[in-house]
Write a protein that binds this ligand. Sequence first.
Ligand SMILES: Cc1ncc(COP(=O)(O)O)c(C=O)c1O
Length: 426
Amino acid sequence: MSLVSRDKKHIWHPLNQHQTHPNSLPIVKAKGIYLYDEKGNKYIDGISSWYTAVYGHCNPTITDAVKKQMDQLDQIVFAGFTHEPAVELSERLVEILPKNQKKVFFSDNGSTAVEVGIKIALQYWSNIGINKTKIIGFNEGFHGDTFGAMAASGESVYNKPFKPLMVSATKILPPRKNNIEYVLEHLEKLTKANDIAALVYEPLVQGAAGMKMHDEEALEQVLSFCRKKDVLLVADEVMTGFGKTGTYFASDWMQTKPDIICMSKALSAGLLPLAATSSTQDIYDAFLSDKNEKSFFHAHTYSANPLACVAAIEGVKLLTSSYIQDQIKMIEECNRAFLEALKNVDKVTNLRQKGVILAFDIKTKNNHVYGTLRDTLFNYFMNKGLYLRPLGNTLYIVPPYVITKVELKHVHQTLLEGIKSLSIDE
Ligand SMILES: Cc1ncc(COP(=O)(O)O)c(C=O)c1O
């Protein structure tokens, strides 16, 4: 029986309508920027496998370190025990995080990193005896699939069926030059009762919304307003972290630094599941007490798994190397030049770029995220050997940092030819 047939027998895939899309493509190998299917076709991984494998798939520097760790310490309960990889990783993270971040709480996926961030923020206020129980998020924000993360996200297909069950979270418009006064007035009203615990936000780029980019100055105004009103800032850097926006973290672009930062995806270099939520010393200190109930009662079995921590250490070493930093600059420059060229193409609009992230929209009559245009684009580019996950009429790339200039130009050329050849009637 083929792999596809065996897959269909028992597997339930994420984000998939199995009635209309019953087949999943078997991938047998990944190396560097390429994915290989069972027929031997190869595809450039244009989105670094959901923004994780930024140093290239099966990077030997990382796999060798993990293989070595496998013979030393595979897994250990992180409540009550510690180990070298977790300690070294925490040191390396604190070194590259915004300077106010001092403590690192480990978990194992992006949603959970955010869930932990929200829970720490809520319990912080409870621990210091202040009644703040509400959350603010941005329309179109996406923070994951657990209940707190869903609540902080803008309404979408991801969270709509669960709306009646979610914690109270008010959404505000993502700040832009043309709406910032309205957004600040809205925030003024929301913070009147002094009961907002935290703002949860994706700094600068809303990934799942289709790589929508905030206006930097407007976001700064929102963050500094919240800081003045004692609203904790929970930055979801699950997608933006580890170099995507050109700096180590998107928060590095902002003057007002977050109180809490949520990380995952590229944290462990696409190798093993890992997440981390960092906080300031002040927040951590609010959990210190002679009363046990003031501790943070949250744990995951695989928190700080030693193998995943080793992958992350190697990832951070690569990120901070001059090779990867130069690569990020090269990608940024090449993308910028490509966006300039795209300005002359009639079929595209909303060209945008930050760091290695490049996105634009195809002009259409509607923009259904899971409509036929999305499938047309996906299939077209797969046939051309380029793996992308279009969001409705939005095309974007987040290439692995190890891509060469020639390969990146090939990606750009493929995009250009694809757009030009498309007949769009949606
Ligand atoms: C900004 C952001 N936060 C959280 C998540 C959830 O991460 P995970 O899929 O690892 O739970 C995602 C996933 O795409 C994300 O982009």
